[in-house]
Design a binder for this molecule. Structure first.
Ligand code: FEO
Length: 173
């Protein structure tokens, strides 16, 4: 056993945040698809793919360091949204919660002298910062475009740009 039981438990609890993010982004992507927002759908499908990589990294790490990774039980995420802005604000809120959970594990790992886990989490600390900055940027852009009749067209075009700008395997390190 390489990691303390306490850390194993926290990492297993954190799995529900990463799986929750996969679910959330898939649900948003599906809603965008139904609304004919192809650029937004592409962006959120890509987000969901990234979260799958995150989930997998955590999952495999737990077993790698002598723990037992457990598949979390989750309920169905919110499926409809009043606007892309609402979906993005909920996404940012979700990312804030993921960050808090990661910070808590970093602190505990530090206190327990679990350097392996602290090192493992460095990538995720950076990743969360990027995610939060990105969603803030998107929210600002959507607000700037405003609510006029043509706004959905421009928002969708912007989201398409954000989807293309994102490296496909940014998390596959
Ligand atoms: Fe992997 Fe963005 O939480």
């Amino acid at each position: 056993m390489l990691i303390p039981k306490k850390i194993e438990k926290m990492l297993n609890e954190h799995l529900s945040y990463e799986l929750g993010a996969i679910y959330r982004y898939l649900a948003v992507a599906s809603w965008c698809d139904k609304e004919g927002l192809d650029g937004c759908a592409a962006f959120f499908y890509k987000q969901s793919d990234e979260e799958k990589l995150h989930f997998q990294k955590f999952f495999q790490y737990i077993n790698e360091v002598g723990g037992h990774a457990l598949v979390p039980e989750l309920k169905q995420p919110k499926a409809t949204f009043s606007s892309v802005l609402e979906a993005c604000e909920l996404s940012l809120d979700g990312e804030n919660k993921v960050t808090k959970s990661i910070y808590k594990i970093v602190e505990t790992a530090r206190n327990e002298g679990d350097h392996a886990t602290e090192e493992f989490l460095k990538f995720f600390v950076d990743e969360q910062k990027e995610e939060e900055v990105l969603f803030k940027k998107i929210i600002d852009r959507i607000k700037l475009i405003g609510k006029g009749a043509q706004s959905m067209y421009y928002i969708d075009k912007e989201m398409e740009k954000f989807a293309t700008a994102k490296p496909a395997n940014s998390t596959a390190k």
